[in-house]
Design a protein around this ligand. Sequence first.
Ligand SMILES: Cc1cc2nc3c(=O)[nH]c(=O)nc-3n(C[C@H](O)[C@H](O)[C@H](O)COP(=O)(O)OP(=O)(O)OC[C@H]3O[C@@H](n4cnc5c(N)ncnc54)[C@H](O)[C@@H]3O)c2cc1C
Length: 494
Amino acid sequence: MAKTVLILGDQLSRDYISALGTDSSLDTVLMIEDWSLVERKPYHRKKIALVWSAMRHFRDQLREAGYTVDYRINASIVDCIEQSSEPVVCIEPREHGIHTILLNSGVNFVTDPYWYTSKGDFSNWMNSRTQPRLEQYYRMVRLQTGYLMDGDKPVGGVWNFDKENRKPFPKNHQAILQPYFVPDKITEDVMAIVAQIPNLTGDLKNFSEPVTRDAALERLAWFVEEALPDFGRYEDAMSAHDMYGFHSILSPALNLSLISPAECIDAALKAYVTNAAPLASVEAFLRQILGWREYMYHLYDWLGSAAWDEHNALHATEPLPDFYWTGETQMRCLRTTITDTLRTGYAHHIIRLMVQGNFALLLGVKPAEIRDWFWATFLDAYDWVVTPNVIGMSQAADNGLTASKPYAASGAYINRMSNYCKGCQYEPKVFAGAEACPFTTLYWDFLIRHENTSLATTRLSTNYLALRGKTQEDRDAIAARREQLKHLMASHQL
Ligand SMILES: Cc1cc2nc3c(=O)[nH]c(=O)nc-3n(C[C@H](O)[C@H](O)[C@H](O)COP(=O)(O)OP(=O)(O)OC[C@H]3O[C@@H](n4cnc5c(N)ncnc54)[C@H](O)[C@@H]3O)c2cc1C
């Protein structure tokens, strides 16, 4: 019996076509560009161009391979499903919203073969823990898959290589060249449409994202050859002159399913066995894909959207500062990284966590506001991945479910791991007065604000030891500077 095979915009994989048992002589593949999404959030123009161009390329590849593709432009998913006279099947969506819509429309789901852990196994694992942590989950999946394992022991004798990794860049650090993917006719046509859409973020200048599987594989090959050897050592390093460092920039392609997590892992493991990359880098990369990416998806899915939306464990109530949408601030770290993100739709993990997210955490910005900023501005942002990363990891709004302690840091951390502070008008070591680094003032203010909570006695107890050295006079000066910072922010002078 013929069926309709629904392929969502982030399911652009031939593996999914196979997993859905698509018969090219019988079935119709349905793909829908739902233009109403650009009315929901001020997404980055490059993201919309990326998704629609990747969809159109995938459509053409399927047609070339003999599939019948019903490709609807500016249509509603629900209407298209209702119009189908055949049963509709789809790979189980990652996002709660579309999952519910499709379920209510009678769509049958097939399990996504790209996740290493099933929902049932994750749920059992969660239920067997009092305090689930990424590290335990990651070790379990390493044991299950046998990746970098020597029997039941990790290759190299240790599970992580933090001592070798996480270095700042050396003084003579030079950025490596990125591959440039020249937009073809399909991409140019999409860009022309996107350029006309009002109220979106960023622009389309220098669009060079991989929009096909071949291009994504090319980026993976580039990463393994050029960047992976240094990935681990410098994964936490930041520079005003190099926004990418040795990161893979694979998340947009991975999240569209242009390539699979297994392909990325296999390529990295091959580099290890052929001595093309050191163990410390390969393990660090595996930890991101096999560990964090999987863990975040499963946490998001397991907890459900209502719980994530309501989380605000630290009672954060401040609005998101306007400069997040413009980059116009005197703080060099935020000015540089926000401007880069508004231009490209990218920042690497430590920039997102320790600069862009950290400032919102210290200031006490409403979790949903900073989540929506990340969601709108990044090319790789989808609810399933942006929500646990922002609400859980970055804003600690989930009561410690995602991370053992809030990622709260003063200007001293940023100074140690980057060159942003050089040439900045603020002084990272100073916590009060006009030259004080806002991160440093707000870091102490954050500790003081949460002094009477369990953060002080458990999760951040080491940080609180240093607070003991602050006198009442220091505390008053911190409070005064915090109020001044808020006024400066409100009048766009910070
Ligand atoms: C506040 C905040 C917001 C984030 N928002 C997103 C988002 O919207 N979309 C997104 O894909 N990632 C998000 N991340 C996770 C991570 O920062 C990005 O996946 C990574 O920076 C993408 O760049 P890359 O491909 O160069 O990554 P690399 O550093 O090269 O890492 C390789 C891959 O590992 C995966 N990965 C690493 N860390 C994570 C993580 N914490 N969660 C999920 N996958 C991970 C990504 O697929 C990434 O491509 C966020 C992290 C933070 C702290």
